[in-house]
Write a protein that binds this ligand. Structure first.
Ligand code: SF4
Length: 114
């Protein structure tokens, strides 16, 4: 089973409207829904915090402490499809930064649940 990490939008998660930290990203990964081709093992769930600069160090620390390098990093649907969007970065830009720094492919979005 593929090992994956998820990055969620902390600003959205903290507001709590059935946020990804509760079940959506986790269910999609568990059953292979949404952007997951097959069931995947979530080995890290990193919360972006405005203005987003801590994502990379936090992801780096998660990989170091867990001693597991994910095969893919997923940006949560609430981060990718945010309306209004993130005022600091685009999901494309954030994904490119993560790919460049980690060498791990980034997938945009996780699930289609409402
Ligand atoms: S920087 Fe953007 S993606 Fe990150 S928590 Fe803030 S609003 Fe969400």
């Amino acid at each position: 089973m593929e090992k994956v990490a998820v990055v969620g939008c902390g600003a959205y998660m903290d507001s709590g409207y059935g946020c990804p930290g509760e079940w959506r990203c986790l269910k999609a990964a568990a059953v292979g829904d949404g952007t997951f081709d097959a069931p995947a093992q979530v080995v890290a769930f990193v919360k972006c915090e405005c203005p987003g600069r801590a994502v990379m160090p936090t992801m780096g620390m998660a990989m170091k402490l867990s001693e597991i390098k994910p095969e893919k990093i997923y940006l949560s649907s609430c981060l990718v499809n945010a309306k209004p969007g993130c005022p600091y970065t685009s999901a494309d830009e954030l994904g490119k930064i993560i790919e460049e720094k980690t060498g791990i492919p980034v997938v945009q979005g996780t699930h289609d649940y409402h």
